[in-house]
Design a binder for this molecule. Structure first.
Ligand code: HEM
Ligand code: SF4
Length: 540
């Protein structure tokens, strides 16, 4: 492709923000070599501009900025990890990352505290086991989320592992896609319970079937333009049926549309969702067909529900005699030793694999029936239990003020305390999903929670204190909707009892089998607002 074809947006430089102008001069991926060359000289070897490109290598400066310590995200496509990879992650964390690994809401993992000098060695160690931090952040295709049960799942129509592998190879370090207007998130799943959280990705493939020439073909439907953060959008479905072997073609078509037509004027208005919202699904499809050629129209949607990415407990695989065991990682955090031990358990009881989930949990697949009892009596499973109590078992948290420069409040310890308090004090027979964000950026995917908490500050007589806005009623899957904010900011220490009150109200007024988000939508947001007003008034 000629330079001009690759950069049609360059012609109107007034429509480019500051970073876009820099991106015309430097390819973000060049930072990887620069880090390899200069990291031994330490933090001071890098300019501020260099540091802004570290994201392309999957690296962020951690809080406080300027101390030469980084967080690094590693792509785990569809959450599939083998034991060598798990051990390599544990060793990196032990040697450089103060023994800590976080599983994120997109099945990736994150290290903290990495000093500048170690970065080339970390790249090497990751590459040696087929893992990459490259493009885990930055304006590029990010890690591909998907079904953590791919290949073993009784509820999937096809095994999506080869497709995800092919897509990952297509996207990774591909300079066709190294200068997108903004981050770009892809989801591929063939599980009928929407394990890939399709609606909140820029591009998503969901299970579908279609009769073509008298034969039922299994494939995908395509969704574009979903995303969270301050202005969340649900993805829109295109009138398109995609055979498994055409996924890469469609994905590259969608990605180049984003590259060439995506907005580059304001960074907060650059995600694909804004283009899709303006164009609508029909025009988007027209442009896509112009690029990739004719495609069959939509078939039958095969998604039937949403499991929110939760797999704790022991479950049968599609292979007779084999099981997967879903384990809780409280708020997604695990120590290096525990991750090593998990790798050992996976080797001893399974086939050495682990799978990360977008609920920030982990599972051990391929455990034969006769080895289950042994696995379930392992001491680590007391801590990373397959049978968690309900609130801690459904609690998701972003990184928060411990490491994140954008955070307003502490999140992980806060969510642990809230969930544990609720588990001690509230009886509940059905899960309520709690998500927490330290700022409006949605790394904790607050908008899809039954109850979402967003960090803020409030002024009190004692000065500014940590507080939360509370949002209720979010869900994906059939009838998806983001949760809505209730007015009234809640000081951090009152959050747990306030949630308990709302849950008691739900318990007293729900219909049989009604989930919390269904209840909120039936009775209406205002009813919950009245409840919150009452609680806040009683002990203000
Ligand atoms: C601590 C370093 C981090 C920084 C600086 C950061 C920054 C951001 C920013 C600025 C956004 C808004 C993006 C936008 O407007 O498009 C965002 C969204 C998001 N981040 Fe992070 N993030 C960090 C860590 C994390 C972690 C630990 C996770 C997973 C737990 C995560 C997952 C996400 C997700 C799922 C979104 C929503 C994306 C969407 O709009 O669809 N991030 N992050
Ligand atoms: S939601 Fe905000 S505070 Fe939390 S990790 Fe993302 S950017 Fe940081």
């Amino acid at each position: 492709m000629s330079e001009q074809q690759i950069r049609p947006w360059e012609t109107d430089r007034d429509k480019l923000n500051k970073l876009e102008l820099v991106k015309l001069e430097r390819d973000g991926l060049d930072i990887i070599d620069k880090i390899r060359k200069l990291a031994h000289q330490g933090y001071g070897a890098f300019s501020e501009e260099d540091l802004s490109f570290f994201k392309w290598a999957g690296i962020y400066e951690q809080r406080p900025k300027g101390n030469g310590l980084f967080m690094m995200r590693v792509r785990i496509p569809s959450g599939v990890l083998n034991k060598e990879q798990a051990r390599a992650l544990a060793a990196i964390s032990r040697d450089y990352g103060r023994d800590l690994v976080d599983v994120t809401t997109r099945q990736a993992v994150q290290f903290h505290w990495l000093p500048t000098e170690c970065l080339p060695d970390v790249f090497d160690r990751l590459e040696a086991v087929g893992l990459f931090s490259y493009q885990a952040c930055g304006d590029v295709p990010r890690t591909i989320v998907g079904n953590p049960l791919a290949g073993i799942d009784p509820d999937e129509l096809i095994d999506t592992r080869p497709i995800v592998r092919e897509l990952e190879q297509h996207f990774l370090l591909n300079r066709e896609y190294s200068n997108l207007p903004r981050k770009y998130k892809t989801s591929v799943s063939s599980n009928i319970y929407n394990t890939g959280h399709a609606e909140i990705n820029d591009l998503a493939f969901t299970p579908a079937s279609k009769e073509i020439e008298g034969e039922e073909v299994i494939g995908f439907h395509v969704w574009v333009g979903g995303g969270l953060s301050a202005k969340p959008y649900l993805a829109q479905q295109l009138d398109l049926f995609v055979r498994p072997e055409e996924v890469v073609k469609v994905a590259s078509g969608v990605t180049t549309i984003f590259r060439d037509y995506g907005y580059r004027e304001k960074r907060h208005h650059a995600r694909l969702k804004f283009l899709v919202a303006d164009w609508g699904a029909e025009k988007f499809l027209e442009k896509l067909i112009e690029r990739i050629g004719p495609m069959p129209k939509k078939g039958t949607d095969r998604t039937v529900g949403w499991n929110a990415g939760y797999f704790t407990g022991v479950h049968k695989q599609k292979q007779p005699g084999l099981n997967y065991v879903g384990l809780l990682l409280p708020v997604g955090r695990i120590s290096a030793d525990d991750l090593d031990e998990l790798a050992r358990l996976a080797e001893q009881y399974g086939n050495g694999e682990l799978r990360t989930c977008n609920s920030q949990n982990i599972l051990i697949p391929n455990v034969p029936d006769e080895k289950l009892d042994g696995l379930l009596t392992e001491p680590l499973l007391d801590k990373l239990t397959p049978n968690p109590r309900t609130f801690i078992g459904h609690a998701v948290s972003c990184t928060g003020i411990e490491y994140c420069n954008l955070a307003i409040v502490e999140t992980k310890a806060r969510m642990l305390a809230i969930a544990n308090w609720l588990d001690e004090n509230v009886e509940l027979d059905t899960p309520i999903r709690l998500h927490i964000n330290g700022c409006p950026n949605s790394c904790g995917q607050q908008q899809i929670a039954d109850i979402g908490l967003q960090g803020a500050k409030v002024k009190t007589e004692q000065g500014m204190i940590e507080a939360f806005d509370i949002h209720v009623g979010g869900s994906l899957g059939p009838d998806p909707a983001f949760n809505k904010r209730l007015k009234g900011r809640i000081p951090a220490e009152r959050v747990a009892p306030v949630i308990a009150h709302l849950i008691e109200y739900y318990k007293a007024n729900r219909q049989p089998d009604e989930k919390f988000h269904q209840f909120v939508r039936r009775v209406g947001h205002e009813v919950l607002q009245t409840q919150l007003d009452q609680i806040l008034a009683t002990t203000a």
